[in-house]
Design a protein around this ligand. Structure first.
Ligand SMILES: [Zn+2]
Length: 433
């Protein structure tokens, strides 16, 4: 049931002691071996001896993606390249790629983290795992590969794409667990049914570990309904090593291994820590990474934290499903709102279609006003004005309960809202115009 029971069930106090000891060692290491961090500390008027306990964490400067770009390729490494055993790199679609290096210990710790996670969602040496994340510079394929082999599972290193082969091998080799993006799983099940293969009845697939892109509870429901499997969420970024953490069988948040990673949730605007259960940007300090340690790394991912004990018995804190990116956050009447939350509410209402727009404006009295235009689904027929008004009221109430702020809802006819060929731009913020 546990991969590392001694560590996974440590008390909060024991975990804090480990974190404090490792944090102090970390700030000394980066100060001594990384010109980048030494300069940053000096600019902040900070010496490693100023970090005496976990309470001093907010004194430390943040590290951002731009820092990795500015020091490309190795400027933030704290070990000589002779100790680096592997590189991974981001795709670099929006500029220079970022390069991550690993020592042999870094690889071992990455595997340890993902092994704990996989066992927590029920994967064992009896499983046959089909790894349909890309292999190569992307961390998904090799990350899962090493961890699954370490567990003793049987690995099918098929990598991404070639859907016909995926379905064929899934059936012939008896795959029980698949790891891929959630959108690929939806595509794969669609393709399978087109060629007459019903994943629920014709294969042994029982679970999927999905991530590398934001997805919603609604998508989880659709995957599970179509395939009969249990879908688990995975989190990790290449800068932090790769896929590292998953939900446990309770499926109530993703355990972050606190002996290896120190997490905070901060207000993305001010950088101040927010309280437990409050939404904000996930900030991670790596406690055991050697080649590329990161201090207060701004992930850009919005979530919230729970540290009460989980039903699975693990004591490490949990983050909830990623709600969106910090860059996408809207502030409406002082409340943080994410377009992904709005989409999640809308998609649960059967009468509405897939297309919507969010319009923000400022009233004469200075208050923000949010209007959400949404198309009526073409699968329902509602035509009386009172039915439309009732539907608008129902949507507005559901939104209020999730967002904690009122929105005006306008239901429009199918096909009337703008369509997007590339990345959809669904927010019009007239307050900035
Ligand atoms: Zn748990």
């Amino acid at each position: 049931m546990y991969w590392n029971p001694a560590i996974e069930r440590l008390s909060a106090k024991e975990l804090e002691e480990i974190q404090e000891r490792r944090l102090k060692a970390l700030v000394n290491t980066v100060y001594d071996y990384s010109p980048f961090y030494r300069k940053k500390f000096k600019e902040a008027g900070l010496h490693p001896s100023d970090i005496k306990s976990l309470n001093d964490l907010p004194k430390l400067p943040f590290t951002k993606k731009q820092d990795l770009r500015d020091t490309y390729p190795f400027g933030m490494f704290t070990v000589p390249l002779s100790q680096v055993v592997r590189f991974h790199a981001s795709s670099g679609t929006t500029g220079k790629p970022t390069v991550v290096g690993y020592t042999a210990n870094d690889i071992r710790n990455w595997v340890e983290s993902l092994c704990r996670a996989l066992v927590s969602c029920g994967v064992s040496s009896d499983d046959i795992m089909q790894i349909a994340y890309g292999y190569g510079l992307f961390t998904g394929g090799l990350g899962f590969h090493y961890a699954a082999e370490r567990l003793g599972s049987t690995v099918i290193p098929i990598s991404a794409g070639n859907t016909a082969r995926q379905v064929e091998l899934m059936r012939d080799l008896g795959t029980t667990v698949i790891a891929c993006t959630p959108s690929y799983m939806l595509y794969l099940s669609e393709y399978a049914s087109e060629i007459g293969v019903n994943i629920a009845n014709d294969t042994k697939l029982r679970a999927g570990i999905f991530g590398a892109e934001p997805w919603s509870e609604e998508t989880r429901r659709r995957i599970e309904e179509k395939t009969g499997i249990t879908a688990y969420d995975v989190y990790g970024t290449s800068e932090l090593s790769g896929p590292l953490f998953t939900e446990c069988t309770e499926r109530n948040g993703i355990h972050i291994w606190a002996d290896m990673f120190l997490i905070e949730i901060v207000d993305p605007e001010t950088g101040e820590q927010v309280g437990e259960g409050e939404k904000g940007e996930l900030v991670v300090t790596t406690l055991t990474k050697e080649a590329l340690p990161l201090i207060r790394w701004r992930t850009g991912d919005i979530t919230y934290m729970e540290s009460d004990k989980c039903g699975c018995g693990r004591t490490h804190p949990r983050i909830m499903r990623i709600l969106g990116r910090a860059d996408d956050m809207l502030i409406v009447r002082g409340v943080n709102v994410f377009p992904s939350q709005i989409e999640h509410v809308l998609l649960q209402i059967p009468e509405v279609g897939e297309h919507y727009m969010i319009i923000l404006d400022r009233r004469e009295d200075g208050l923000d006003e949010m209007t959400i235009q949404v198309e009526l689904s073409d699968r329902v027929s509602i035509d009386t004005t009172s039915d439309i008004l009732n539907l608008e009221k129902k949507i507005a109430e559901k939104l209020k309960s999730v967002l904690n702020v009122w929105a005006k809802v306008e239901v429009v006819n199918p096909g009337t809202l703008q369509r997007f060929e590339g990345k959809a731009k669904r927010v019009i913020d007239k307050r900035k115009i």
